[in-house]
Design a protein around this ligand. Structure first.
Ligand SMILES: O=C[C@H](O)COP(=O)(O)O
Length: 255
């Protein structure tokens, strides 16, 4: 059977505590009964804010939904006030963690050295990095693909080979994040196919797309991505169900 499509979301800092738990319960209820999930065609991950990780882990306890943090420290446990270690996230039951998101690069000045250290910390503790890469300005997809490959290579600098932890690469063109619509399907496909080919030759990993993604996009991408990294357009949890319906339709069409 083909690997399940990865359908994940970061809730960023949009929701409060109670709304996060309510939303996660809704999505978990959808996942429990949706054939795309129960038949193994979709694998879900959710990245809520730090204070909600523990109750959200409890909400998804009897499912295979992966929970991850939106950030981690680049350091092992120690005197780093206000930071959260990869070791603690793994101990809690997190299975993935976001690294290198455009908002952290832009607003928190995270540079490539820091992103490489965070990626290495994640992997050393068995957390799959959801490594976000993408070009800043809209332009030629070949140039964008080269830039993304360069960013992935840089992020993996400190990771020992062969890699022992799964890598998820989220292609998120900065200009398409928080926009009215995603990048064009031609642009996304051209970049993701090149990025995936590079990963296939360099230790593996799976490319998903994020940036104003919502219902309908996965179908339009016709197999050129291995999943979606969703934001605002799944804040209504029913959108998650629509995307899982698409996964099922794609699966049925491929038989
Ligand atoms: O983490 C998710 C991405 O940055 C996409 O967010 P967005 O779909 O709200 O643009």
């Amino acid at each position: 059977m083909a690997a399940p499509l990865l359908i994940g979301t970061s809730l960023k800092m949009y929701f409060g505590y109670q709304k996060t738990l309510d939303w996660c319960r809704q999505v978990t209820d959808i996942a429990r009964q949706h054939p795309a999930v129960t038949q193994g065609h979709a694998a879900l991950f959710i990245m809520p804010s730090f204070p909600t990780l523990s109750p959200v882990l409890e909400i998804v306890r009897d499912t295979d939904i992966r929970i991850g943090a939106q950030n981690l420290s680049d350091q092992p446990p120690g005197a780093w006030t206000g930071e959260v270690s990869a070791a603690m996230l793994a101990e809690m039951g997190c299975r993935c963690v976001e690294v290198g998101h455009a908002e952290r690069r832009r607003h928190f000045h995270e540079d490539e050295t820091l992103i490489a250290a965070k990626t290495a910390q994640a992997m050393a503790n068995g957390l799959s990095p959801v490594l976000c890469v993408g070009e800043i300005e809209q332009g030629d997809p070949d140039v964008a693909a080269s830039e993304c490959i360069r960013q992935v290579e840089s992020a993996l600098t400190d990771v020992p080979q062969p890699r022992e932890t799964d890598l998820i690469v989220a292609y998120e063109p900065h200009w398409a994040i928080g926009a009215p619509q995603p990048a064009s399907k031609e642009h996304i496909s051209a970049v993701c196919i090149k990025l995936q080919a590079w990963l296939d030759g360099h230790g593996g990993g799976r490319v998903i797309y994020g940036g104003s993604a919502g219902p309908g996009l996965l179908s339009r991408l016709e197999g050129s991505v291995q999943g979606m990294f969703l934001g605002r357009f799944v804040h209504d949890a029913s959108a998650f169900e629509q995307i899982l319906d698409e996964v099922m339709t794609l699966h049925d069409a491929s038989r």
